[in-house]
Design a protein around this ligand. Sequence first.
Ligand SMILES: C[S@@+](CC[C@H](N)C(=O)[O-])C[C@H]1O[C@@H](n2cnc3c(N)ncnc32)[C@H](O)[C@@H]1O
Length: 312
Amino acid sequence: MTEPAFAHQPVLLKESIAALNIRPGGFYIDTTFGRGGHSRAILDQLNEHGRLLALDQDPHAVDCGRKSFEGENRIEIVHCNFSQVANVVAERGMVNRVEGILMDLGVSSPQLDDAARGFSFLRSGPLDMRMNTGQGEPAMHWLARVGLNELMLVLKKYGEEKSARRIAHAIIEARNSQDITDTAQLADIIVRAVPHYEKHKHPATRSFQAIRIFINRELQVLEQGLQAAVSVLAINGRLAVISFHSLEDRIVKRFMRAMASEPRLPAGLPVMSRPEAVPCRLVGKPRVATAAELMTNPRARSARLRVLERVQ
Ligand SMILES: C[S@@+](CC[C@H](N)C(=O)[O-])C[C@H]1O[C@@H](n2cnc3c(N)ncnc32)[C@H](O)[C@@H]1O
């Protein structure tokens, strides 16, 4: 399938690139390449000595990126999960030399729009939902074997779904008479279980989000990715993270605050540095999209940018 090179409209583009405080000859990482919107903007700020390492766990994103950035030798695009970023950086001898790292979390518009990927409840397609199609279990296989309690827990925890019990029951019951293999089929089961209760929100939104987060282990790899990213930053290097829902943002906020806080010791004791701590500071307040961006990019609605800087 062919698609426009930049079918994904980058979110908080100006703000995130400004937050990275780019030095033209520096080494930067875009850990969530997608269709390369942010990568392109980083490259625009680099001179011929600057380098950009781009990662994506989606093999299709990597293939598209290598084609659309062909001939651009300041960028290297690597297929991997950002939880592995420290290893990729170590292999390139760049530990403590990375001047900026960007994480633009979640799925891209091309992933959502391609029915064959199984992310969208608005299109009929195979219930897959894996960002890395070469690894892990497609959602339909998990739904075929999951027990009621685990399903309920996933819907509640990762979708903050109030009707988790009703939806889980409906899925397990439907499973007795049919294999659930299609996104539209799952959406239909959910709509029948909870016809309409949240204004302006499709009844399947939260369940699809929950299953996607679970299948891709998104929150676990986010924690690993944040730690790995900070561990390779240069002094004055920055980590900029764009999150799209409260579960992600909570993890980013707590992580950054903990990294920026002084070690808490009983009064009277000398202040010591935490073992393995990388001293950091928070840069500015969290940023959200401007009204102008929201007019042209509804995906930016829930986006939040947080920035951390290594200080020593
Ligand atoms: C929101 S999109 C990024 C869009 C990109 N900034 C752009 O302007 O085109 C997120 C991308 O990150 C990838 N991704 C999500 N989680 C990842 C992870 N843990 N490791 C590597 N890539 C990940 C997804 O496959 C998707 O392509």
